[in-house]
Design a binder for this molecule. Structure first.
Ligand code: GLC
Length: 563
């Protein structure tokens, strides 16, 4: 199976958000499962500056985009069993930022056009071209457009991953021919037209052979107007080819036992280092040195869908609890100003860094006790998984991937790996924050077991990579058995993929069955209860109900994990 993964950003080369983390770690995991994988991305200025000496120049060609005849260089680099291709055009990509320019539409139309036209220069002709978000959304459209004239393009199947449906790539329809080089038919038949605009993501959803949302719950949410930013009808229309595969994280990069970025390393068996990291964080952020006060952290872009309004509404009530609050992130001015102002009221108890700072974020994940993510919507969310890996217990709203990765603590079963609330309401959020803070203060042993359960969750990419391979098998008709025998592990029979998860036995009522989840995730996701409509109930009761039926690929427990 030959996979070409097209993305506008990937770690370690360039990053503005979670897409880069996924694009940096999923392709190597696919390769580890036995697929031949290449990734293609633009050669941005920052990639040239930081990785230029490692890049090999392969060739150049010209790419036609409407009336433009444009240079396109092809560079590559081998890393982690994957070939990373970079498309060079200095006019479009030799700029300080990745996005945010007036001609972004033209820049990424060029990227998409160039991916298709440069295929012949790459090491293989792909079976599947896996595109991500609006920046690569024209690829399935161009493949169909070119396929009319050149048969060779007809053999390629396409998969579209939606990391956030809010960003759709919307443009004035008059530029269709002039800028994108496409015939008016693409608008006239409605493929690219949405609410009077050209909508690149809509075109990709319709043209791709499979559409994937980055968590099972998000796949279901996208069928609802509240979450879909007007594309719910299109998503429902395409439900037959809709999947929801939960993202993973790079468990080696995020490993508290070996991470050089944190003050003191620690592990599930010996958590002493985490106390030192907490003291270091308090020092670093100007907080009082109080080892027994829980640190509640927010590491987030400061934008509305992250649910920051809820925090603003009850900030003083939160600060009335015996807690310290740390906020890291930048974004909308109203949140930046509010948090900056609030921190001054709570000197020594609340600290804010209005920055995007990878290093500080690691100090927070390792030094904090609780991570707050009250998102209005969250396609997957990676922070909660990273936090759990570092023993920082998440408090989340039950949406998207947050719902799929966090199972609420339930006292009577001593179960769960975090705290959650269903309704987008500050009072409900405050209720669970209070529950978490007092569990920490009054029942340290119980909190410590909860922390260890969170740390013990397996969010590695291996299972999700298998699910992607099943999607690729579905769209190409290639037999899944060929995909499911990773070279270095024992061979599995054709139907063995779901069974391969059998070691992950749910150990508490709050756990979901990963084997069922793995099987279901390869099929169109089943409808789940809409959080906003769910009746008022305790977070725990809500979780038990969803745990019984949800299709979520819950974190796999390592055998004998419960401590
Ligand atoms: C986007 C989403 C986030 C997701 C990430 C990777 O940034 O907002 O929830 O985790 O993409 O898929």
């Amino acid at each position: 199976m030959k996979i070409l993964y097209a993305t506008s950003e990937a770690v370690p080369f360039c990053k503005t958000g979670g897409l880069a983390d996924v694009a940096g770690s999923l392709p190597p995991s696919l390769a580890a499962e036995g697929a031949e994988v290449a990734v293609v991305l633009p050669l941005y200025q920052q990639v040239r500056e930081r990785f230029g000496s490692q890049l090999e120049f392969l060739c150049y060609d010209y790419v036609d985009l409407a009336w433009r005849h444009l240079y396109c260089g092809l560079f590559s680099l081998e890393k982690d069993g994957v070939t990373w291709y970079f498309l060079d055009n200095e006019q479009y990509f030799n700029r300080p930022e990745l996005y945010g320019y007036a001609d972004d539409g033209e820049r990424f139309a060029f990227f998409s056009r160039a991916v298709v036209r440069m295929l012949g220069h790459m090491k293989f002709w792909p079976d599947v071209l896996h595109c991500n978000d609006w920046q690569a959304a024209l690829i399935p459209v161009y493949l169909k457009d070119d396929g009319v004239r050149e048969d060779r393009f007809l053999s390629i199947r396409t998969v579209l991953s939606i990391h956030n449906i809010e960003y759709q790539g919307r443009y004035n329809p008059y530029i269709l021919g002039e800028l994108f080089g496409l015939d008016a038919g693409w608008v006239e038949d409605g493929t690219l037209l949405m609410d009077g605009d050209l909508n690149l993501l809509k075109g990709a959803i319709l043209c791709a052979d499979a559409v994937n949302a980055v968590s099972p719950t998000y796949a279901n949410e996208l069928k609802m107007p509240y979450f879909a930013h007007r594309l719910d009808g299109i998503i429902r229309q395409c439900e037959y080819k809709l999947y929801g595969v939960l993202n993973g994280i790079d468990m080696n990069l995020y490993n508290p036992a070996e991470d050089p970025r944190i003050t003191t390393n620690y592990s599930l068996e010996n958590l002493a280092g985490k106390d030192e990291d907490k003291a270091a964080l308090q020092k670093m952020m100007g907080l009082r040195q109080e080892p027994y006060t829980p640190i509640l952290a927010v590491v987030s872009r400061l934008v509305s869908h992250k649910g920051l309004d809820l925090i603003c509404e009850v900030l003083h009530d939160i600060m009335a609890l015996p807690v310290q609050l740390v906020i890291l992130g930048k974004g909308d001015r109203k949140y930046e100003e509010f948090f900056h102002w609030a921190a001054q009221q709570y000197n020594g108890r609340m600290a804010v860094s209005l920055d995007y700072n990878e290093e500080l974020s690691m100090s927070i994940y390792s030094g904090a006790d609780l991570l707050l993510m009250p998102s209005k919507s969250e396609p997957c969310g990676l922070s909660q998984m990273i936090a759990m890996r570092y023993g920082t217990v998440p408090i989340v709203r039950e949406t998207g991937g947050l719902k799929d990765t966090v199972q609420a603590y339930e006292a009577q079963w001593d179960s769960g790996n975090g705290f959650s609330f269903a309704n987008y309401a500050s009072g409900d959020m405050l209720y669970v924050i209070r529950e978490a803070v007092y569990l920490y203060k009054d029942y340290p042993d119980v909190f410590s077991r909860l922390r260890k359960r969170a740390m013990d969750c397996d969010f590695s990419w291996a299972r999700s990579a298998k699910e992607y391979l099943r999607i690729y098998a579905n769209v190409t008709g290639q037999h899944a058995a060929l995909l499911e025998s990773p070279p270095e592990t024992e061979a599995a029979p054709a139907e063995a993929a779901p069974k391969a998860e059998e070691t992950a036995v749910p150990e508490t009522p709050a756990e979901t069955a990963p084997e069922a989840a793995a099987a279901e995730a390869a099929a169109p996701a089943a409808p789940v209860e809409e959080p906003e409509k769910s009746e008022k109930k305790t977070a725990g009761a809500a979780k038990r109900k969803t745990a019984e039926k949800k299709s979520a690929a819950a974190p796999k427990k390592k055998k004998g994990a419960a401590k």
